[in-house]
Design a protein around this ligand. Structure first.
Ligand code: FES
Ligand code: FES
Length: 156
């Protein structure tokens, strides 16, 4: 077992973990942060995306010990004082929430996308989200949500 100290959604936690434990397992099983989901076992779907020091990572592809000394933000840490994060609000407004399974990862990846490119065009949004799979629909409303969150006009 290895001792780690991580800040998760603003709270410092200290734990003993197996060196092979994945970050997604740690978040879900040890901390009960079940908003971060596991959609595949191949690092393909993006459902498990969280922020590690502000950048999106697939938490099924990171060991919990790699988060030692770092800051992790999950979908559950985005809302502040009962207010949705602007990206969550935009997903809500644009009906981009569908099955809900892929949504946490989509939201986390979209925030990171806007950090790099505050006004992405449609093509750039689609490219930025290509590591996040939705199996049941087109991505139209998700793209519109990201455009809305970035303050761009959206055809409704
Ligand atoms: S569960 Fe991590 S990419 Fe699918
Ligand atoms: S809306 Fe989540 S997989 Fe389709």
């Amino acid at each position: 077992m290895t001792r780690i100290e991580v800040t998760v959604d603003g709270a410092k936690v200290s734990d003993e973990v197996e060196p092979r434990m994945l970050l997604v397992q740690y978040l879900r099983e040890k901390l009960g942060k079940t908003g971060t989901v596991i959609g595949c076992d191949t690092s393909n779907c993006g459902a498990c995306t969280v922020h590690l020091d502000g950048r999106s990572v697939k938490s099924c592809n990171v060991l919990a010990v790699q988060a030692d000394g770092h800051e992790v933000t999950t979908i559950e840490g985005l809302a502040q004082d009962g207010e949705l994060h602007p990206m969550q609000a935009a997903f809500h407004e644009c009906h981009a929430l569908q099955c809900g399974f892929c949504t946490p990862g989509m939201v986390m990846q979209s925030i990171d996308l806007l950090n790099d490119n505050p006004k992405p065009d449609e093509q750039q949004i689609r490219q930025g989200l290509e590591g996040n799979l939705c199996r049941c629909t087109g991505y139209h409303n998700i793209v519109r949500a990201v455009q809305t969150a970035s303050g761009q006009e959206v055809n409704k």
